[in-house]
Write a protein of this length. Structure first.
Lengths: 221, 350
């Protein structure tokens, strides 16, 4: 393998880690903003979106260049294919972080309601999944990636329970219909974050073990 | 096979066969080089002589060879018995047939590996015992202090308004020290067992250092120490585990504050290099003697035991720093001069 190709792959990896670092921090900031009702933090989340989009474009360009000029095979090809998919997932997580930050303003006066539903606890699980999936990619840790995939069911179950809880609260107290609706949207966003983290983890398993486990493909043999 | 080799019939057939082969070879040579028949007779004589030597010496040579191999095999068996009995001073000569040489070589290698492994285990055991002795000692100190203050309070000091609050405060401080020590112990055991996974991310080191310095300002102010961050305002991205590096910086700055006299200064900074950055913590404190520099990153190693306890050190701070920096594929370095101060630094990938 010649030097130029190696450099291109390394740059792709570095840029994926850089994008992951930004998204990880953006998500952390979005949840902190929701917890503290901090509108300044919300602004930072919005500002970060441009950086994430820039990395999305940059990674697309790099992938195009590698595919067109180098025709990678085996592990290298898996890295490039995973990069395409992970880039997409990270960009979507960045968008969802913005969506969550958009709930800060409408929910900032309903701290008790947010706490009662334990929205942030669910957020913590999803955020940890994203954090771990980036770690799994950096350390090429397929074992960790598999553990992340299992956590998705926990978040799905939490979403179902909390959805019914919010509906119950809204029925009891019609005054909270509006924040309740925002809360349901926020729950859906968190559930999506967990899905994206799971997809990244599946990509890591594909990258490291060359096995496809999405849609429980591994169970079907 | 043995029957064939030892029977006379076989030996005669073998000798004649070899003689015949030699004879035909000589005929070919004779025809090729057009030699005289007298020369042929001469070669026929050689053929007969070779056949006879072969015939008479074959068994003796074979027996001698077998005797030698048996001796080597016995030596190997003897060596293996000694190894299984725990004697690792065995060193086999690598001679004999190829297979026996290989067996001897492998046996020597196994003994070498065993010796190395046992050496490592013994060292580990020694370190473990020393560590346990140190931990027990370090835990006992604050526990005895807490017990002492509480006993005094129970014995009547609780009703003495002059000392009761002070004693409670001191017991509390020692319990805090105990807590810090336990946290450090948990931390170091997690690092050493490999349980701690590093979360490498790209982050702005300039902003990070400014934040760490800000967090530690109150501590520096208590001793009127000037704590400053010499960082560029522009974004400088490095790869590292932010939380772990916060711990590294916090430990290093905390140490500098502890070992710098009132009114001194501590500077935290970053220098940009080609593919990395160098992060440093520099003070004009008491400094460390050359004889201690190689050992300060060992667990519970203290340059000045009394002073270390007085300032509340656990003796684990620098060991934790070393482990975390090494987990970043880097190395912690230290420069120091007594009376002039110290500088700790390490590189991070850009």
């Amino acid at each position: 393998m010649h030097r130029h190709f190696e450099d291109l792959l390394e740059q792709l990896r570095v840029n994926l880690i850089k994008m992951g670092s930004i998204v990880d921090e953006q998500l952390d900031l979005a949840f902190r903003a929701l917890h503290d009702g901090d509108l300044d933090a919300t602004k930072k989340v919005f500002d970060t979106e441009k950086k994430v989009n820039d990395f999305d474009n940059l990674l697309d360009q790099q992938v195009d260049e590698i595919m067109a000029l180098e025709q990678p095979v085996a592990t290298d090809l898996r890295l490039v294919v995973s990069a395409i998919k992970m880039n997409h997932e990270l960009e979507r997580i960045g968008d969802v972080a913005v969506n969550i930050a958009q709930r800060v303003e409408p929910l900032k006066n309903y701290h008790d309601l947010v706490q009662g539903v334990a929205l942030l606890e669910m957020g913590d699980v999803a955020r940890r999944m994203v954090h771990d999936s980036i770690d799994a990619f950096i350390h090429a840790d397929a074992e960790l990636a598999r553990r992340i995939c299992k956590q998705d069911d926990i978040v799905d179950e939490m979403n179902r329970q909390k959805f019914h809880m919010v509906i119950g609260e809204m029925k009891k107290n019609p005054d909270i219909v509006e924040p309740g609706a925002h809360l349901i949207v926020a729950l859906k966003h968190i559930e999506r974050i967990a899905d994206h983290a799971t997809n990244i983890a599946e990509d890591v398993v594909f990258l490291v073990d060359a096995k496809v486990i999405k849609h429980h493909a591994a169970d079907k043999g | 096979m043995n029957t064939l080799i030892y029977s006379y019939k076989a030996r005669i057939i073998l000798a004649l066969l070899i003689g015949g082969v030699v004879y035909f070879l000589l005929l070919i040579v004779e025809n090729t080089f057009r030699l005289q028949p007298s020369v042929l007779e001469h070669y026929l004589f050689i053929t007969a002589a070779v056949s006879s030597i072969l015939f008479f010496s074959f068994e003796e040579v074979l027996v001698a060879f077998r005797r030698r191999q048996t001796k080597i095999i016995n030596m190997i068996v003897d060596a293996l018995q000694r190894i299984s009995a725990g004697d690792l001073s065995v060193q086999l000569p690598e001679t004999g047939a190829v297979e026996l040489r290989q067996v001897s070589k492998l046996t020597n290698q196994i003994v070498g590996n065993l010796k190395a492994d046992i050496g490592k285990l013994e060292k580990l055991e020694r370190v473990r015992s020393e560590f346990l002795a140190n931990v027990s000692h370090e835990l006992r100190t604050p526990i005895f202090s807490i017990q002492g203050f509480i006993e005094t309070l129970i014995d009547g000091a609780i009703d003495d308004p002059k000392v009761n609050r002070e004693f409670l405060q001191k017991a509390y401080e020692h319990s805090e020290r105990l807590n810090t020590l336990l946290n450090d112990l948990i931390e170091i055991s997690r690092i050493e067992s490999g349980e701690m996974r590093m979360s490498f991310r790209y982050f702005n080191i300039s902003e990070f250092l400014k934040n760490v310095v800000e967090e530690l300002h109150p501590k520096a102010e208590k001793k009127s120490i000037k704590l400053s961050a010499a960082v560029d305002p522009h974004e400088l991205l490095v790869l590292g585990d932010k939380d772990r590096l916060r711990q590294v910086m916090s430990n290093l700055i905390d140490n500098s504050i502890k070992y710098t006299d009132d009114g001194g200064s501590v500077e935290v900074g970053v220098t940009e290099l080609q593919n990395s950055v160098r992060v440093y913590v520099k003070d004009n404190g008491t400094g460390i003697g050359k004889e201690h520099l190689g050992r300060i990153f060992e667990r519970f190693y203290r340059v000045d035991k009394d002073r270390s306890r007085k300032v509340g050190g656990t003796g684990l701070g620098l060991a934790i720093v070393k482990h975390i920096v090494e987990a970043h594929n880097s190395r912690i370095e230290v420069k120091s001069e007594i009376g002039k101060g110290s500088e700790f630094g390490f590189l991070l990938k850009k």
